[in-house]
Design a protein around this ligand. Structure first.
Ligand code: LER
Ligand code: MN
Length: 271
């Protein structure tokens, strides 16, 4: 398993759960010095960082790119895959395709979190899930062509009413034409929604493609009440080899949150 830490470069999401803010090179240097294998990036769009600039930084600091988040598509541009307006859905797909292509240059998959949207006014649940399926089928294929999986993230009930738990998400992605979708196990969302996080990981191991490493209060692991021992054992049991990426509040400071995270990672995953 590989460690990662998040860097957000989008001022509009300043209150969100990301460890480092702005200052891309300084943040990559800090991640590298602490021994993280990679960083996970949240950018305004696919053109926000020039590919050559990022390639140089990856080489200089010897850090991979674990994944690229797409949430800015919703926060800045108001795009979701389940908006009742077909023009907005089309723009959402196009935004994520660009993110897939951007990330793929670094072998980093794109994550679909908040851009999945909600069952809202103007459409029922079946229709919203049909739109989500249409979007994921098209995006899963694009990601496959680019040589990366597409990561779909079940979010907790306060962020979406589409699919909150792994069992429902697995049932849904099994109906898709694409087989290139993996699920994101965000331990913060799972702490709210799942009956047992380890049991869920053991049941759906082959669907798990990325992990957001966060304690029950969305602080660094060790600073809440999530029983990480059993979760780490479950991830080992399913032979998970992907990233364990800290998507947490920068509390009490980015540096302290990052340090606690790498200590926890080394304690539970580096054998
Ligand atoms: C995105 O990965 C996520 O977990 C969301 O809760 C962020 O708002
Ligand atoms: Mn997450």
């Amino acid at each position: 398993m590989k460690s990662a830490v998040t860097i957000a470069l989008v001022p509009q999401i300043k209150t969100g759960p990301w460890v480092y803010w702005n200052a891309l090179e300084e943040s990559m240097e800090k991640a590298s010095v602490l021994g993280f294998d990679a960083v996970e990036l949240f950018t305004a769009d696919a053109a926000a960082i020039e590919t050559t600039v990022l390639k140089n930084l990856v080489q200089k600091w010897n850090t991979g790119i674990a994944a690229v988040g797409t949430g800015a598509g919703k926060v800045i541009h108001g795009l979701t895959l389940t908006d009742p307006d077909p023009a907005i859905r089309t723009r959402a797909i196009s935004f994520i395709k660009d993110m897939i292509d951007f990330g793929a240059q670094f072998r980093a998959p794109a994550v679909i979190g908040s851009m999945q949207g909600n069952v809202g006014a103007g459409a029922g649940r079946a229709q919203s899930l049909a739109w989500l399926a249409e979007g994921l089928n098209s995006l899963g294929k694009r990601a496959e062509e680019a040589g990366v999986p597409l990561i779909y993230e079940p979010l907790n009930r306060y962020e979406t009413n589409l699919l909150n738990r792994f069992d429902d998400a697995v049932e849904f992605i099994d109906t898709l034409t694409t087989t290139n979708i993996k699920l994101l196990a965000d331990l913060f969302h799972m702490n709210i929604e799942e009956r047992s996080i380890p049991a869920t990981l053991l049941a759906y191991g082959r669907y798990t493609g990325h992990v957001h490493f966060a304690d029950s209060n969305r602080k660094a692991i060790g600073w809440g009440h999530t029983a990480i021992n059993e979760i780490a054992a479950a991830l080992q049991e399913i032979n998970y080899t992907g990233y364990i990426s800290a998507e947490i509040f920068p509390l009490p400071s980015p540096d302290a949150a990052a340090l606690q995270t790498i200590r926890a990672f080394n304690t539970y995953f580096k054998k």
